[in-house]
Every structure is written in C-alpha cells, then in structure tokens.
Design a protein around this ligand. Structure first.
Ligand code: BTN
Length: 240
C-alpha cells in the first residue's frame, strides 16, 4: 500500500483518474499507480460528491481516494463496503454511533460527517472518501446540507485513514457479513423518506436494505426498491 500526501488539490478522485489516464504520478514520475495506492489531500478546491454535487473540503478534514483493482467487487457492493469500513474504523478508534444514510453518507448525531464517491473505470476503481474531522470556523456553508463534523479531540487524520484502509481490506478479503452489517448500520430504516428516482418523486417509510443493497421503501401504493437516485429524510409536523 502506498499513500501519497498532497497539501492541496482539486479532487483526489481526479488526481488518480489523471494518473491512470496519463501514466504520470503527482510527483511527475512516469509510473502507473498500483492497486491500493491512496492519494490524500489536506484540502480540495473541487471536491466532488454524488450526482454532480460539490463536497466542501477545507483544511482540517480527511480527503482521500484509494485505487482498487478493476472488477474486484460487484458495483453494488462498493459504496456499502466503503461506508461499513468508515463506520468500522471510527468504532475501532472509539467514535461510536456512526450510521450509514443510504447509500453513501455517514451520519453521526443526525449530521452528515462523511461522504463516499466510488467511480468504476476501465483500469481500476476509485473509492473517494471525505470525512469532516472538525467543524469549520463559522460553520458549514448551506450547500453542504445537514453537515457536521466528528470533532473528536485526539483523533488523527492519519490513524483514521489507515484504519479505514485496513477495514476495507478486511471486508474485501471476507465480505460475507457485509450485507448484514450494512443493514444494521442503516440510519434511514424506520424513517420517513422522500425518494427522487429519475424524474419521479415519491414518499414512504424506509423498511431496510434488500439483498441487492437497494433501499426498501413502503409507499401508500406498495413496496418500492430504490437502487439509484436521491433519498432524503422527511418529517411530519409532530416529529422532531
Ligand atoms: C458525497 O457526499 O456525495 C460524496 C463525497 C465524497 C467526497 C470525497 S473527498 C475525497 C474524494 N475526492 C472527491 O472529489 N470526492 C471524494
């Protein structure tokens, strides 16, 4: 495993994407990246999230992308695997209570503290993970949504990075418990949700995660399985 540290970049996913395409490492050397190469940056000017969103990446957070061999996992397991690895790493380091909000967000105390962006390319899979380690001065910008930070004194970026990579490695070696773990960590289960899939919007209650990692949503007209799109939590007036 090789970890490349950058003080600043546009997006660690894009650094690895360019490296794979052009065969030039961030230090200018002519080498192809090996599987399990991780690129980590102190801040990103063009941090990207799912669905074309930006990911607020000021100094103080952990932003990295690790390259996995192409085809190592079926696509539907990738993001869940990263999500379970982040929650597992946090637990190992004493941060308890992190949950996965389907499909790629990590929540702690009802706030999004981390996001995952996996991209499958011909030459490899990019797993990009961003963790808000500390709350920025003045708070998160509105476009960051319901963002929060770990704010755990004594928790280092390097140790979290290594713990996530180690948790990913273990889950890839033995992924037999991944679905159960992903189900157990699901923050949306039992909550009211609004789903936007393609051009359609519908509401219901999330009932859990199906065998193919899609979200099971009970609507007034029946059960729907959501495997793509956007799911947000909704509340009725009396809920807090
Ligand atoms: C999301 O919230 O939709 C996913 C956010 C993923 C952010 C990480 S930070 C490291 C890597 N580089 C990026 O540009 N995105 C991912």
């Amino acid at each position: 495993m090789r970890i490349i540290h950058l003080a600043q970049t546009d997006s660690t996913n894009d650094v690895l994407k360019r490296w794979l395409k052009e065969g030039t490492a961030p230090d200018g050397s002519k080498t192809d990246p090996e599987p399990w190469t991780a690129v980590c940056a102190d801040s990103q000017s063009g941090g990207r999230g799912r669905r074309g969103r930006s990911f607020y990446s000021p100094r103080g957070g952990l932003y990295f992308t690790v390259l996995l061999p192409a085809g190592i996992l079926p696509p539907e397991r990738l993001t869940p695997l990263c999500a379970c690895a982040v929650c597992g790493a946090l637990e190992t380091l004493g941060v308890l209570g992190a949950r996965v909000k389907w499909v790629n967000d990590i929540y702690l105390r009802d706030r999004k503290v981390a996001g995952i962006l996996c991209e499958g390319l011909e030459k490899g899979i990019l797993c990009g993970i961003g963790v808000n380690m500390t709350s920025p001065e003045g708070g998160f910008p509105p476009e960051a949504g319901p963002a929060g930070a770990l704010d755990c004194e004594g928790l280092g970026k390097e140790e979290l990075l290594l713990a996530v990579l180690e948790a990913m490695r273990k889950l890839i070696e033995d992924g037999s418990g991944l679905l159960d773990r992903y189900r157990a960590l699901q923050w949306l289960t039992g909550k009211r949700v609004e789903c936007r899939v393609g051009g359609e919007t519908f509401r219901g209650v999330a009932e859990g995660v199906a065998d193919d990692f899609s979200l099971i949503v009970r609507t007034e007209t029946g059960v729907r399985f959501v495997s793509s799109g956007e799911v947000t939590r909704t509340r009725i007036a009396e809920e807090v």
